[in-house]
Structure formats: structure tokens, C-alpha cells
Design a protein around this ligand. Structure first.
Ligand code: NAD
Length: 453
């Protein structure tokens, strides 16, 4: 059995059954037998099923957002925003996806030969997802997989089993039997799915797990898409509007209690403004309300699990032992729940865990730098390559800097925001392939060349 724990109270919210290896294989078999029916119906019918899913999400938004907050601790206003965001994204797939899946004529210079590309589903997509965005992250894979005609077996995170069950129930009522299948459990259930006869895998989670899955699935050369961890740099130039930048980067670091793959995780600030920026950042960090995530004015809820809290605590404490200073926070809050005060640090360096590792929690190390060249060098000095942000009034200069950053997404004067039209993903140990946009749809198809003479 899998227990769902409320991270704000440590109470057990409920339990679900863990899928055995046999149940995983049965789910894959069911998905396989439903594949040809689902793949052969008109794409507009599959798009319609997604549109109906959006209506169901909107109808149940209130209950779903409360459950999301209770199960993983994100403030209720953020849970509501996540459901709104997911609806917009699914609608985009349903409305715009068609044009990327239609046959595409290829002009070739040989008389009497015609050629086109057909975009065909791969079969059963195995989808494994984390807990930090319990709806948005899964639907970035589930929606394009279903739209393009694949059937799905989904293994959500073991931290959000009740929420995932609700989502699966909604989809079940809208889709033919066997098209969408939920299996619940932790790593062993995930391993069974990786070893099963799925035709492809879409994985979102940590780089460490990603490497394990890649080597396991590599034995059968299974196609994989991977959205992994990040340690996104945030580069602040001396001409930046300090107030706007502080507000933007506080949100960028502390949204979802700092538990976003693309949270701003390392701050490199040109030294001319570093002191003023840091003091405003600390002031505003201290003013954020930490507490019950169901209260509408709460900005920081608990971290999602005891393990995440202990990992963050280790990263901060080790960095302090190595010489870093805590300007605010740096400790747990209260005796119940997995609360950690939003934390700002100075005197850090590239070797300290708060810089060299992914910090998945509310910790902001601020590093003054002499110039942009040094900031870029430090920003790229990581095995991650997910996102980065640049803050300045000089947008042209920032676009030039963006070319030097070795990562998959660059925001200028913004951070952590997704648009369904824009590709999402990383390079280096942050991932393989892309989500969202036409590229995120094409991950789920066989790009077939047809040549006719
Ligand atoms: P995680 O890697 O611990 O777990 C992710 C999923 O993989 C869970 O469902 C888990 O049960 C499963 N799993 C664990 N071990 C497995 C194994 N050996 N085989 C198969 N499945 C296995 O990650 P997490 O703690 O749930 O999520 C946080 C991580 O996810 C962070 O690193 C974050 O940056 C990353 N993330 C990335 C993106 C992105 O778009 N790049 C988005 C969200 C989260």
C-alpha cells in the first residue's frame, strides 16, 4: 500500500494499492490491445476528448486544487494557477496539435517521384512523472501522447497518489477502455514500467533517476524523452531595475517553495548593485508569509516530503561549514510539517552544495561578480543545462548573452514561465528531447518517410 501524507500536518490522507510487476504488465497489455482502435479514429475525435477533459478539470478545479495542496503542500493559489495553466496547455494541444500531425509534402528534385512525411503514433507510451507539478507536468506528456494516437500507461509520483487517481478517473470516463491506464507505486513500479513492453518512455524527474532509466531502457533501445533536474543561473546586470528584479526573482526562487525544475537557483549579480539587490531581496524574503498552504495569503508552504527537507538542510549546513553565510532563514519552522524558512545566503562558491547541486527548496545563494563574462562562466560551470534568466534594461545585450548560455531555455526579465507554443527542456544532464510546442508533440510519433515512384 502507498500512503499519502499531508506535508503540512504529517497526517495520513489516504492510501492506494501499489501495482505489482504483473499489474504493470497487464496495464501495458491492455494499452496495447486498445492501440489500433485509438490510433485509427480521426484526430479531431482525439482532440475532442482532450477538450472534454479540460471542461472536467474546470468543473472540479476547487476540489482538485485543495487535494493538490493537501497532498504536496503548494499554496492553494498556486494549485489553482496550475490547474488553469494545465487547461490552457491541453487546449493548445487540442486546437493546434493537428497541424503538426498532418502529412507533410517533401519536395524532391526527381521527376515522377513524390514524397511525404507521415506522423504516426508509436504504440504505448509509458509516462513517469514527479510530484512538484502533479497536473501540469504529466499533461505535457499525456496530452500529446493521446492526441497523436498513442495509448498511455502513467506512473505518477508516489507522493501524490490521491490527486493522480482523481485525474485518472476523469480521463477514464472520457476515453475508450484501455486507452489510459494508471499504475501507482514508487521506484520498483517505475522500474517494471521501464522493463515492460511499452514502445517509448517519457520521464520527468531527477537527473539521477533519469540516468538509471536511460541505462535500463537502453538495453532494449527504447525511445526516451527526458525532462530532468536543473540548477538554473540567474544573471543580474548592473543596469537592472532593482525593485522589479527583486520581485521577479523572489517569485522565480520561492514559487512552489523553490521546488520547480526551472527555479532560479544561483544568483550572479554585478557587484555595482549586489549590495542593494541583496538587502532588498532579504527584506522581501523575510516578509513572505510561511504557513498553512490552504490559507490564501500564504506564500510559502511546507516542502513536499521529509526526504526533500533533509536533503536541503544537508546542502545548506554543508555549505555553511565550508564558509557560506546565512542572511535569513537557514532553519526549519515549527515542530509539525516539513517547513523550512525561505533562505538567502552569501559568501558561497562554485564548490558548495548550494551551488554545485540542484537545490530543490527555498534557498537563494547570491554571488556578486565583477562582470558579465565571469557571470556567464560561472553560470555554465555546471553539469546541468535546463534554464537561465538574465535581468537588465538592455534587452539587445541580454539576447547576445543568451547565445553564450549552455541551456535549453533563456528568459530575459522573467523566469520559470511556460507557454505551450515554446519548447521546454534541457541539454547536458538536464534532459533529452523537448516538451510543449510542436517539438513536444513530435516526440510521440514515428516520423515516417513515404516515397512514391
Ligand atoms: P525522482 O527522480 O525521484 O522521481 C521521479 C519519478 O520517477 C517518480 O514517479 C518516481 O517514483 C520514479 N522513479 C524513481 N526511481 C525510479 C527508477 N529507478 N525507475 C523508474 N522510475 C523511478 O524525482 P522527484 O523527486 O519526483 O522530482 C524532482 C525532480 O524532477 C527534480 O530534479 C526536478 O528538477 C525534476 N523535474 C524536472 C522537470 C523538467 O521539466 N525538466 C519538471 C519537473 C521536475
Amino acid at each position: 500500500m502507498l500512503h499519502s501524507i499531508n506535508p503540512a500536518t504529517e497526517e495520513i490522507l489516504g492510501e492506494v494499492e501499489t501495482a505489482s510487476k504483473k499489474s504493470v504488465n497487464d496495464a501495458v497489455k491492455k494499452a496495447k490491445s486498445s492501440f489500433s482502435g485509438w490510433a485509427s479514429i480521426d484526430l479531431s475525435e482525439r482532440a475532442l476528448a482532450l477538450t472534454k477533459f479540460v471542461s472536467e478539470l474546470r468543473k472540479t478545479k476547487k476540489e482538485l486544487s485543495v487535494l493538490m495542496t493537501q497532498e504536496m503542500g503548494k499554496p492553494i493559489t498556486e494549485a489553482e494557477e496550475e490547474i488553469d495553466g494545465a487547461c490552457t496547455e491541453i487546449e493548445w494541444f487540442a486546437k493546434e496539435g493537428k497541424k503538426y500531425l498532418e502529412n507533410e509534402i517533401v519536395e524532391i528534385d526527381v521527376p515522377q517521384v513524390k514524397s511525404y512525411i507521415a506522423y504516426e503514433p508509436l504504440g504505448v507510451a509509458g509516462i513517469i512523472t514527479p510530484w512538484n507539478f502533479p497536473l501540469e507536468t504529466p499533461i505535457w506528456s499525456i496530452a500529446p501522447a493521446l492526441l497523436s494516437g498513442n495509448t498511455v500507461v502513467w506512473k505518477p509520483s508516489e507522493l501524490v497518489p490521491l490527486f493522480s487517481k482523481e485525474i485518472s478517473n476523469l480521463l477514464d470516463t472520457l476515453l475508450p477502455v484501455g486507452v489510459f491506464n494508471l499504475i501507482q507505486g514508487a521506484d520498483s513500479t517505475g522500474k517494471s514500467l521501464v522493463d515492460s513492453k511499452v514502445n517509448m518512455l517519457s520521464f520527468t524527474g531527477s537527473s539521477e533517476t533519469g540516468k538509471k532509466i536511460a541505462s535500463r531502457s537502453g538495453k532494449k533501445l527504447k525511445k526516451i524523452v527526458m525532462e530532468l533536474g536543473g540548477s538554473d543561473p540567474c544573471i543580474i546586470l548592473k543596469d537592472a531595475d532593482i525593485e522589479k528584479t527583486v520581485d521577479g526573482t523572489i517569485l522565480g526562487r520561492f514559487l512552489n517553495c523553490g521546488q520547480c525544475c526551472t527555479s532560479a537557483k544561483r544568483f550572479y549579480v554585478e557587484e555595482e548593485i549586489a549590495e542593494e539587490f541583496t538587502s532588498r531581496f532579504v527584506e522581501k524574503t523575510k516578509a513572505m508569509k510561511i504557513g498553512n498552504p490552504l490559507e490564501r495569503d500564504t506564500k510559502i508552504g511546507p516542502m513536499a516530503s521529509k526526504e526533500q527537507l533533509e536533503l536541503l538542510e544537508r546542502q545548506v549546513n554543508e555549505s555553511v561549514k565550508m564558509g557560506a553565510k546565512v542572511l535569513c532563514g537557514g532553519v526549519r519552522q515549527g515542530s509539525k510539517g516539513y517547513y523550512y524558512l525561505p533562505t538567502v545566503m552569501s559568501d558561497t562558491n562554485q564548490k558548495m552544495p548550494v551551488i554545485s547541486e540542484e537545490t530543490f527548496g527555498p534557498v537563494a545563494p547570491i554571488v556578486p561578480v565583477k562582470n558579465v563574462k565571469i557571470a556567464v562562466k560561472k553560470a555554465n560551470d555546471t553539469h546541468y543545462g535546463l534554464g537561465a534568466s538574465i535581468w537588465t534594461k538592455d534587452k539587445e545585450k541580454a539576447e547576445k548573452i543568451s547565445k553564450q548560455l549552455r541551456c535549453g531555455i533563456v528568459w530575459i526579465n522573467d523566469v520559470n514561465v511556460a507557454y505551450p507554443q515554446c519548447p521546454w527542456g534541457g541539454i547536458k544532464e538536464s534532459g533529452i528531447g523537448r516538451e510543449l510546442s510542436k517539438y513536444g508533440i513530435l516526440e510521440f510519433v514515428n516520423i515516417k518517410s513515404v516515397i512514391v515512384k
